[in-house]
Design a protein around this ligand. Structure first.
Ligand SMILES: C[S@@+](CC[C@H](N)C(=O)[O-])C[C@H]1O[C@@H](n2cnc3c(N)ncnc32)[C@H](O)[C@@H]1O
Length: 270
């Protein structure tokens, strides 16, 4: 796990770059998440699509499969994720795909030029969520639709309870959850604050069982960079303590945890 100091969106991006090649295997749930997000978009003709925080491209793939757009712009600050994305779509036919290495607040896209903005499992990483919503709203044409999937408030509580008692207490790692997870009403405020009309916002909470190994790997891939600025040896020691505690707590069906996914669909007024 990285020992770099990570304090901004650049650090989130470098964290995702370090783990990009492991992402598709470790976070299989996000494939289904992206597909379900795209399924919830109101039927319509969406020619020009913007995928924000595109990662390795699952939301882009789901959008192509359902809406057959003519153009997709995909943005992500993590060059490692973009390398996976480019490889995946190198042979894509019938759709123009433009990729930019960029942060949500600095997307090199024309205002009012997209019929659909998708943002799957990235919004929780945006350090300025009000500004992010505004930036995505600006990119939409009047009447355009935005579809967001993010981690919801209430998830991962069992893990948070574990790390709250691993010493020395890692306040940064603990605080990452409060910095990321959001409720439906908070999402509604971001969307209306950006001048959008919420159509549907909902949360799904699931209880999952998984192996401790798989859970630790998922945390490493999606959020290991949040552990902090200790040496590699200190991080390894800290992670080993977490793992040992999860093994103590895991039952015969593995580690049990709740995961909350927040979905939001909104439209830009005409
Ligand atoms: C969990 S991945 C999700 C990727 C993909 N959308 C999916 O559904 O699998 C989160 C992505 O958000 C990107 N990201 C993090 N901070 C960002 C920011 N400030 N602006 C845009 N993208 C960001 C990361 O680099 C990463 O690729």
């Amino acid at each position: 796990m990285s020992s770099h100091i990570h304090t901004s969106h650049e650090s989130v991006a470098s964290g995702f770059t370090e783990t990009a090649s492991d992402y598709d295997d470790a976070v299989r749930f996000n494939i289904e998440g992206a597909q379900r997000l795209v399924l919830t978009i109101p039927p319509g003709r969406y020619e020009r699509v913007l995928d924000v925080g595109c990662g390795t491209g699952w939301a882009t793939q789901a959008t192509i499969d359902r809406f057959h757009p003519t153009h997709i712009t995909a943005i992500d600050p993590a060059d490692g994720m973009l390398a996976q994305f480019r490889e995946k779509f190198a042979g894509a036919a019938g759709v123009e795909i433009v990729v930019h290495q960029a942060d949500v607040e600095h997307m090199p896209v024309e205002e009012g030029s997209f019929d659909l903005v998708v943002c799957s499992m990235a919004y929780h990483w945006f350090p300025r969520k009000w500004e992010a919503a505004k930036a995505m709203a600006r990119a939409l044409k009047p009447g355009g639709v935005i579809a967001i999937l993010m981690s919801g408030r209430g998830g991962e509580q069992a893990y948070r309870d574990v790390i709250a008692n691993i010493e020395p207490i890692n306040y940064r790692w603990l605080g990452a959850f409060d910095g990321n997870l959001r409720s439906c009403s908070e999402m509604e405020d971001y969307l209306t604050g950006a001048g959008l009309e919420p159509v549907d916002i909902w949360m799904e909470t699931r209880t999952r069982h998984t192996s401790v190994d798989a859970y630790m790997e998922r945390m490493r891939v999606v959020a290991g960079h949040m552990i902090g600025d200790q040496s590699d040896a200190e991080v390894a020691d800290y992670v080993a303590k977490i793992e040992a505690r999860l093994r103590e707590l895991a039952g015969p069906r593995g580690w049990r945890y709740d995961f909350a996914k927040l979905f939001a669909i909104a439209r830009k007024p005409t």
